[in-house]
Each structure stands twice: as structure tokens, then as C-alpha cells.
Design a protein around this ligand. Structure first.
Ligand SMILES: *Cc1c(COP(=O)(O)O)cnc(C)c1O
Length: 383
């Protein structure tokens, strides 16, 4: 056991505390704490500008944004989604009384395989909820073709995809709606927070009503809405965080490149390909956010994935098995016919091999070298 400071899979990006005081003073002066206050309005505008999208509605977290996105489009029946994600993706369906139908992922991109989506469609299917896993864009064109052919809605869980762009602009412009998370562990955080990106003012207005109990005005309630509003403290913090986001992503890019170089020759370790290597149609203007650094531990590696996980833990390096178990293996899902292992082979294989290495802007160079060194040195077993 080492006596070094533990290294976790991520560490939230935070500006110096004193930089936040002026924002707090303004809130104390305004006495507006929530309900679409000045910082809320500023952050919606600033994020539209930064992300290159037209309409965005802030939420108190990404999960409530997912739940509300489904309500905004009146989605019912069955929704096709991925088992290889954080559990909130499927939970948002259960919260709406919708039946999740799991389809398998592509073994290279680890995003929903469009052919598997098409095969899972039934007369009850009303929508597709794909995830841009690790921030790598889904095959958005194939998914849209399927949606158009079968008259389905598409809601992207884009919790990992803050700032990701393809050749023509923000990845968040695809589908009917996209949902972001600003949780502490994400690339851009507001402590807790989230947002729905939508294509027109009318949809934004419906979403804004739904996140405020369904209120349209003082006396009118049009839907059984939830309280999903982002508070002024979180919105103010978001304004401050935006100032540092480009630097944070640039540093992530350096870390990504360093890990790739250090792990390139290690037998049995496969660094999950960047999307531009993984078949994106036009990679010329693709920009990643380097949100995670997943490796796949293959059969050629002398240790199992779990043994490597334990070995790193023994050295104070807390890598995480995102996404293991599969969502479809949790008790509230595993009875579904689509949760069967033989339906989800590629997802199950990835889930048994994946390990996300520490990735955050303040990760020290020496720690990157040490972590890669521990992985490259295959002889040492856990103490
Ligand atoms: C983080 C995350 C969420 C949930 O977001 P919260 O803001 O934590 O509620 C949903 N889906 C995915 C894929 C996530 O990673």
C-alpha cells in the first residue's frame, strides 16, 4: 500500500474561491435565488453561444432534464436505448412509465449500433435514446434515417458530450432534443446541473413550463411539471466555470495524448479509439472533449481487468469500471426480454474489459507516467 495521496478517476474543475465572491455578492444584493434569475438567463445565453446551439434550458441536474425531455415530447410506450451507460439513462424512462428496450452497441465505438436499433423496433416503439458514450458521437446520420423511416423521436443523452463538435457544428444539434449534465464529475460542472438543448422557441417554452411545475403564469398550470430549475448559485458558478473551460479541455487533450503514447506498446491494452479513428464520416473538424480515458483490458494482458483494477487501487490509483455492470443487469431491468446477454454481446464484452483511467486537468504529469507505468509493468500482482 502506498502512502501517496489517492488519485481518483476525476477531480472536479474549480476556479480559485476568491473569484467566486463577486458573483455571490451580486446574488446577495439581488435577493433573487432561483426561478429564472439574472445568472440563469446569462448562463443560458452564454452556453448557447459557447456550444453553438440556438435554444437551451437549464436544469438542476441531468437526470431531471432527461425525465423532462421525454415529457416534453410526450414519449410513451417503448424506447430503444443502450445498456452501456450510466443508470440514469434508463431510469429516466422508468420515471415516465416507459418500457426500456435495450439494443447492443457497436464493438468499436461502444455507441448504439444502428442495425441493432432497427431490429428492436416494434409497433410500441416511439423513440430512441442513444448516448454519446465518453463524448464520442453516435452515428447520428444512420440514427436519424431510422427515426425518419419509422416516425420515431430521438433524444440524445449527451451527458458526456459538452463542447463536442463534428464537421458541421455542435454534436448537440442532432435529434429532437439533447441532454447535458453539469454534475461535479463532468467536463463542465456547476456542482450539480444539466440542460436540454432544443431546436425552437416553442419547444423551449414547453420545457421551461415543465421544469417549473407546469406554470405558464401565476394562475395557469398546463402540465404535471416537476421542479427542475437551476438555482442562481449554480448558474453563477457556471458563468465563472465557462471562463476556464477551453484551458481545461486543452489540458485533457494533452493527458489523452500522453496516455496513448505511454500505453501504445502494451500487449493486451487497447486505448478506446478517439472518434476520429473510429469511423466518423468527416473527422477534419471533429473536436473531442477528452472527457474520459477508457482502456479495454484484453485476453492478451496477463491480468484480468478486475485484477488490474485492484492492483491500481493498491497503489492509490482509483480507476473506475465505467460501464460495469451493464444497466440491463440491475434488478429493475434484468427481467426485460431485451436485457438477455445474447442480445447484448458487444456491450457485455466491453463492460467486462473496460477501465477508465484518471482524467482531469490537474492530473500531474508524474502521475500520468506512474499510472501508465503500473499498467505497463505486468509482473507485479496486487499486494
Ligand atoms: C452523469 C450522467 C447522467 C446524469 O446526470 P446528473 O446530472 O448526474 O443527473 C445521465 N447520463 C449519463 C450518461 C451520465 O454520465
Amino acid at each position: 500500500m502506498s502512502n501517496r495521496k489517492p488519485i481518483y478517476v476525476t477531480q472536479p474543475q474549480m476556479p480559485p474561491l476568491e473569484d467566486f465572491y463577486p458573483y455571490l455578492e451580486q446574488i446577495w444584493e439581488n435577493r433573487i435565488l432561483t426561478n429564472g434569475g439574472p445568472f440563469h438567463q446569462q448562463l443560458e445565453a452564454a452556453l448557447c453561444d459557447y456550444l453553438g446551439v440556438e435554444y437551451l434550458s437549464l436544469f438542476s441536474n441531468g437526470t431531471l432534464a432527461l425525465v423532462t425531455a421525454l415529457q416534453a415530447l410526450r414519449v410513451t410506450g417503448e424506447v430503444i436505448t443502450t445498456p452501456y451507460s450510466f443508470v440514469a439513462t434508463a431510469h429516466s424512462l422508468l420515471w415516465n412509465g416507459i418500457k426500456p428496450v435495450f439494443a447492443d452497441v457497436d464493438p468499436v465505438t461502444l455507441n448504439l449500433d444502428p442495425q441493432k436499433i432497427e431490429a428492436a423496433i416494434t409497433p410500441q416503439t416511439t423513440a430512441i435514446m442513444p448516448v454519446h458514450c465518453y463524448g464520442h458521437p453516435c452515428d447520428v446520420e444512420a440514427i436519424q434515417r431510422i427515426a425518419d423511416n419509422y416516425n420515431l423521436k430521438v433524444i440524445y443523452d449527451a451527458a458526456h458530450a459538452f463542447g463536442v463538435r463534428d464537421a458541421k457544428g455542435s454534436i448537440l444539434r442532432h435529434g429532437d432534443l439533447s441532454v447535458l449534465s453539469f454534475h461535479a464529475t463532468k467536463v463542465f460542472n456547476t456542482f450539480e446541473g444539466g440542460a436540454i438543448i432544443c431546436p425552437d422557441a416553442r419547444t423551449k417554452q414547453r420545457i421551461d413550463h415543465l421544469k417549473n411545475f407546469g406554470f405558464v403564469d401565476e394562475l395557469t398550470v398546463v402540465a404535471p411539471g416537476i421542479n427542475g430549475k437551476m438555482s442562481e448559485i449554480n448558474a453563477a458558478f457556471g458563468m465563472l466555470q465557462l471562463k476556464g473551460i477551453d484551458g481545461a479541455i486543452a489540458r485533457r487533450k494533452e493527458i489523452d495524448a500522453r496516455y496513448r503514447a505511454l500505453l501504445a506498446g502494451v500487449d493486451g491494452i487497447d486505448c478506446h479509439a478517439q472518434a476520429l479513428d473510429a469511423g466518423a464520416n468527416d473527422s477534419s473538424n471533429y473536436s473531442s472533449n477528452y472527457s474520459y480515458f477508457p482502456i479495454l483490458v484484453g485476453p492478451d494482458y496477463p491480468l484480468s481487468r478486475d485484477a488490474l483494477y485492484e492492483k491500481l487501487k493498491g497503489e492509490g490509483v482509483f480507476a473506475r469500471r465505467y460501464f460495469y455492470p451493464l444497466i440491463s443487469d440491475f434488478p429493475m431491468y434484468r427481467g426485460l426480454p431485451s436485457a438477455r446477454r445474447d442480445n447484448l454481446g458487444a456491450a457485455a464484452t466491453a463492460s467486462s474489459r473496460v477501465l477508465c483511467l484518471p482524467m482531469y486537468p490537474e492530473l500531474a504529469q508524474a502521475d500520468i507516467e506512474r499510472i501508465a507505468g503500473l499498467i505497463a509493468d505486468q509482473r507485479r500482482l496486487p499486494a
